[in-house]
Design a protein around this ligand. Sequence first.
Ligand code: ATP
Ligand code: MG
Length: 161
Amino acid sequence: LEYEPVHVRSLLASIFEVLASSAKSHSIVLMMEVPDELYMEADEDRLRQIFMNLLSNAISYTLEGGRVKVSVETVGEGEDENIRFLISDTGIGIPKKDLPRIFERFYRVDKARSRSSGGTGLGLSIVKHLVELHHGTVRVESKTGQGTTFILDLPLLHELN
Ligand code: ATP
Ligand code: MG
């Protein structure tokens, strides 16, 4: 990984720009609650890929008129300070029985339920891999018919050598 200081809000804004037309065509509102002064150390290209996957999923698996939101909070202190991203949607949700397998390669929930039929089932396995390269964690909470939240914890700072 190539760590560099990343201005979180600018990165997310540029990703929102790319996704704006697909969100708009499904009447899905994109929202972000991120302080302007927030920087973190990360590999910006990899971080972009993480958000691209999570946000394009959130849009794909949310019905017309829904909402997709990214918010951020810090957890822990000092060297253990983490930045926690919550990527939430008001979408179709993930059935409880599928939740443990959602990060496996090629795993997809029965596609009859989703709006989009495409997809290879690789997106989340890539997300998990890239998050682990950053020494972070990713987990999911979901309720069928109500929505899904991905909780992404990443170290704010990395030991630069
Ligand atoms: P792709 O490789 O193009 O990303 P995919 O979206 O099917 O294909 P993943 O991104 O790995 O694959 O997601 C795996 C499965 O998890 C999806 O097929 C979908 O069933 C479910 N899923 C992922 N994100 C969400 C979400 N936000 N809401 C509901 N279901 C989701
Ligand atoms: Mg996907």
